[in-house]
Design a protein around this ligand. Structure first.
Ligand code: LLP
Length: 388
């Protein structure tokens, strides 16, 4: 599946903006659905943090996925997009009281709890509402992931989850509290993971912990293994969909599941990254001392990943005057920060003022992380249906 761009429509729109290829999104969701049909105990919750654009949420909800939320705002966005409350889970290391109340009022499926202190607060707030909160405990599995340090979460040095040595004690607490109902365990080792061995290591750790709990006659019905499947940023056309088959096969092969267990996945990036493109205009071409700068009207306020994580995004000139002549540019934005750079020494078709530039694979953690720094305007997101 190749992304195709309605370039004539693009010319009419105010840049920068996000364009979402919903044909590709639907194909991606179809591929996930096929995998789920093969293994009925697998469930996928879309990680809303990757992209909360309501138009995309509606399409994702139609496909039957649940929603994984990390704030009261995300829970509201999911409910507004029509996700049923019993398909919404709520994670996050610092849930505020009002967020817990909101989730209790909606009657969401599960809280992924990150500490004993949080568990007690959830119990208190549920008691006050005369209800019971379903909880899973997020365990920090101390499993490394081959990814950028800022997006690895499963090591004991990270702030996330309950340390393995505290697991039994916190489970006992959960079992003793009258207004929480212990469902199971939650894990997440990081994001943009392409080495399936990392997920195998997680499965091995989960098996170990489950055996330890079974020996204590603690039954875990709900297993949530988080998200983290990466995408091919270098080849958005060739690899427009992640290899969901190999990913789910890791869990089919390596998790020692009991018949009463369901396995939940929280996929974000792998669902939406490749369908999104940040589209921008060339404002100026500036000759530097040893290089040329291509100055765009999009900046780090629209897509912060390169500035924040030195992330690579493929850049293309969509409207070159001459396809055959190439030039290398440092592609930069207009924001007053030296880190406002999308790529250095990028080979592009020779550009001129007014050319449309595509920054690819920007559907995940792009629009949703945009800011108004420098009093800039937030980018609009358009879907294919709007530009027909
Ligand atoms: N579940 C939990 C508990 C998470 O913390 C995350 C992502 C996910 C699921 C979804 O992971 P995914 O399938 O998208 O890898 N802003 C960064 C990524 C931060 C990821 C945070 N947690 C970036 O732009 O690369």
């Amino acid at each position: 599946m190749r992304n195709t761009f309605p370039i004539n429509k693009f010319r009419e729109l105010r840049t920068p903006f996000y364009y979402y290829d919903t044909t590709l999104l639907r194909h991606t969701l179809g591929s996930i659905r096929q995998e789920l049909a093969r293994t009925p105990m697998f469930r996928v919750h879309y990680a809303v943090k990757a992209n909360a654009n309501p138009k995309l949420l509606a399409i994702i909800r139609e496909s039957g996925l649940g929603a994984d939320c990390v704030s009261g705002g995300e829970i509201r966005a999911a409910v507004q997009a029509g996700f049923p409350a019993d398909r919404i889970v709520f994670a996050g290391v610092g849930k505020a009281d009002w967020e817990i109340d909101l989730a209790l009022d909606y009657g969401i499926a599960c809280f992924n709890v990150e500490s004993a202190a949080e568990l007690k607060v959830i119990n208190e707030l549920a008691t006050a509402r005369n209800t019971t909160a379903k909880v899973a405990l997020r365990i920090n599995p101390n499993v490394g992931a081959h990814t950028h340090a800022n997006i690895a979460t499963g090591l004991s040095e990270n702030k996330f989850g309950i340390a393995m040595q505290d697991m039994d004690e916190v489970i006992d607490l959960a079992l003793s509290l009258p207004h929480v109902e212990f469902q199971g365990l939650h894990f997440h080792i990081g994001s943009q993971i392409l080495d399936m061995g990392d997920f195998v290591a997680l499965c091995n750790r989960v098996n170990e912990l489950l055996a330890r709990l079974e020996a204590r006659r603690v039954w875990v019905h709900y297993l949530n293994v988080g998200g983290g499947l990466g995408v091919d940023y270098a080849h958005p056309n060739r690899q427009s969909m992640p290899d969901f088959g190999s990913y789910f096969d890791v869990y089919r092969t390596h998790l020692k599941l009991r018949s009463y267990q369901t396995v939940h996945f929280e996929l974000g990036r792998s669902v939406v990254a490749q369908c999104g493109t940040l589209v921008s205009h060339v404002l100026y071409i500036k000759q530097g001392v040893n290089k040329k700068f291509l100055i765009l009207d999009a900046g780090m306020t629209d897509l912060i990943r390169p500035a924040l994580y030195q992330a690579y995004h493929k850049i293309e000139n969509l409207t070159p005057a001459d396809e055959s002549s190439k030039e290398a540019y440092d592609v930069v934005g207009p924001v007053c920060e030296s880190s406002d750079v999308f790529g250095k020494s990028v080979d592009l078709c020779k550009a001129q003022r007014g050319d449309l530039i595509a920054i690819r694979s920007a559907g995940a953690y792009g629009e949703v992380m945009a800011s108004e720094y420098n009093c800039r305007t937030l980018p609009t997101g358009y879907i294919t249906e709007e530009l027909l």
